[in-house]
Design a protein around this ligand. Structure first.
Ligand code: HEC
Length: 167
């Protein structure tokens, strides 16, 4: 019997010593963590009332969102000498923004910043340059804005896909 083992090494269970088990348990642990974190981001039971597209469009202009954004037929109204921020919203995208993502970009803009807007003039040190509206935006404004914005995004190329029969 070996004697140079540390006392607790002697009682290492099979799954800590057998390389197959070690690899397997790492995978299981990794996968469960992945599941756990992806679930933690989900806002279970978070449902906002229905919004109104037209009111959302008015709110967008009223709150001067178009100081930094253009969307659909609403043009960018930034004063170019002082403000070089122009982040176009809507249009053709490869992945649609979920309702939750849009809400988050409005009430918590620094939470997740698209890679292309991570630097000046759009953001600095991970902080979005987007104005904070939370102190005066009503929940109704938010709901209407999101409903309006959601309708402005279209999945790229979807309408162009044609399936021909192969004989
Ligand atoms: C002072 C400039 C500024 C104003 C005003 C502003 N935004 Fe933004 N907005 C930004 C910047 C910069 C980003 C990109 C960085 C980020 O994601 O926060 C952004 C990002 C967004 C995004 C996510 C876009 C994407 O593709 O990831 C949405 C949605 C959005 N803004 C909505 C609004 C709405 C609605 C308003 C008005 C209530 C508004 N913004 C007002 C600067 C502004």
């Amino acid at each position: 019997m070996k004697t140079n083992l540390l006392p607790n090494e002697r009682c290492l269970p099979l799954y800590r010593t057998n390389p197959v088990w070690v690899t397997l348990s790492k995978w299981v642990l990794g996968f469960s963590l992945l599941l756990l974190f992806s679930c933690a981001q989900e806002s279970k039971g978070f449902v906002l009332p229905e919004g109104d597209v037209e009111s959302g469009k008015s709110a967008f202009v009223l709150m001067s969102c178009n100081q930094c954004h253009s969307v659909g037929d609403i043009e960018w109204k930034g004063v170019s000498s002082e403000n070089t921020i122009h982040v176009p919203l809507g249009g053709e995208v490869t992945k649609l923004k979920s309702y939750g993502e849009l809400v988050a970009s409005i009430i918590n803009p620094s939470h997740k910043i698209d890679r292309k807007y991570l630097n000046e003039p759009y953001a600095s040190q991970g902080e979005s340059k987007m104005l904070k509206f939370n102190d005066f935006m009503t929940v109704q404004d938010l709901v209407d804005l999101v409903t309006f914005l959601q309708g402005e995004y279209k999945l790229e190329g979807i309408t162009d896909i044609k399936y021909y029969p192969v004989w």
